[in-house]
Write a protein that binds this ligand. Structure first.
Ligand code: ZN
Length: 176
């Protein structure tokens, strides 16, 4: 499979992805390609639908955020069939971007922390509690699995202001 990044306007970004039934070599190869593309594009997370693959897989290399708010990047990790629970009552507004929506950054309100359960590349279940920008990254990528983009979470006038930029991005990047 030769995967390539899908951009805003691509219908694949609006589809709901399905669960992985078995973690096979093919899935591991897909994850390898996802990590390669994420790192080539200097991203901190990527979801399979962004490559036109409608499977519930996300990857991220965001490890932790220190007390100064600096995000530490490490070895990339896969979350297969992720489930997010326990969103904190505390909500935080911070700027986000997306590899599928190049050069557009806008603030999004999300819970501060989250619990994630998923399968690893061996098909084993694991569970992590994440907070700060790492949690935000996982929530952003998780949204992609349901066809939701971060700009959808921006409402009202702020969203309207983004429309001309989104149209430009669609015209420039999305190739039918
Ligand atoms: Zn994204």
């Amino acid at each position: 499979m030769n995967a390539s990044l899908r951009y805003y306007g691509d219908p694949f970004l609006r589809e709901k992805a399905i669960e992985v039934t078995q973690v096979t070599d093919e899935i591991r190869e897909l994850v390898r390609q996802m990590i390669e593309i994420m790192e080539t594009k200097n991203g901190i997370g990527l979801a399979a639908p962004q490559l036109g693959v409608l499977l519930r897989i996300i990857v991220s290399n965001a490890h932790y955020e220190d007390e100064n708010g600096e995000l530490h990047i490490g070895e990339a990790k896969a979350y297969i069939n992720p489930v997010l629970t326990n969103p904190s009552d505390i909500l935080v507004e911070r700027s986000e971007g997306c590899l599928s929506i190049p050069k557009l950054y806008a603030p999004v309100i999300r819970p501060l922390s989250i619990t994630v359960e998923a399968l690893n590349l061996q098909g084993e279940k694991f569970k992590e509690e994440k907070s700060g920008y790492v949690a935000r990254c996982l929530m952003h990528e998780y949204d992609h699995l349901d066809g939701i983009l971060f700009v959808d979470r921006i409402k009202g006038r702020k969203r309207s202001e983004l429309e001309p930029l989104l149209l430009k991005i669609k015209q420039h990047y999305y190739k039918k």
